[in-house]
Design a protein around this ligand. Structure first.
Ligand code: FES
Length: 166
């Protein structure tokens, strides 16, 4: 299996910067419904919505930290810590479960001694759960750095691990 560019597309992100964070927030202040666009832009810039970012957003929008945390926690796409250089999403919805997706996922997570949303110790790979990628006919399904992968099996997972090696 050739994973091509997907296996080389880790995105570099910057460490939290108060100045840059404030500039991002400032671009949305005064617009209707600024919270989600701010959180998306902060995550794009810094790879996650960190505790520092939550404080800055709460102060800027006159919200409590708990309110901002609540929104970050509600949407699975927001991360509290930066992802690894590659992100593998494994489908845990019904069709993929019935085709052995959970067993494959457990084997991969155990191999790296991580849990769901965990990142390997070397920072190469984050493994996240997702719930239906629209590839049910090709279950079990996954997505590596945005590239869909159908009919996942042990050999494919081995290929993925090999191709995202540091
Ligand atoms: S249930 Fe896994 S892709 Fe739809």
């Amino acid at each position: 299996m050739g994973l091509g560019s997907a296996a080389r597309s880790g995105v570099a992100v910057a460490a939290w910067s108060e100045a840059e964070g404030s500039a991002i927030i400032g671009r949305h202040i005064g617009r209707p419904g600024p919270l989600l666009p701010i959180l998306h832009d902060l995550q794009t810039a810094f790879g996650c919505v960190s505790a520092e970012a939550v404080v800055a957003v709460a102060e800027a929008l006159n919200l409590t930290r708990a309110e901002v945390h609540g929104v970050v926690g509600f949407y699975r796409d927001f991360r509290r810590a930066p992802a690894g250089r590659h992100v593998l999403k494994l489908c845990r919805a019904e069709a993929c479960q019935s085709m052995g997706g959970e067993v494959l996922a457990r084997q991969l997570l155990d191999r790296f001694a991580i849990g769901w949303d965990g990142t390997t110790a070397d920072g190469r790979l984050t493994v996240e759960a997702t719930y239906c990628l629209g590839l049910c006919a090709c279950a079990p399904a996954a997505m590596l750095d945005g590239q869909p992968i159908g009919r996942l099996d042990r050999a494919t997972l081995d290929d993925i691990v090999r191709e995202v090696e540091p």
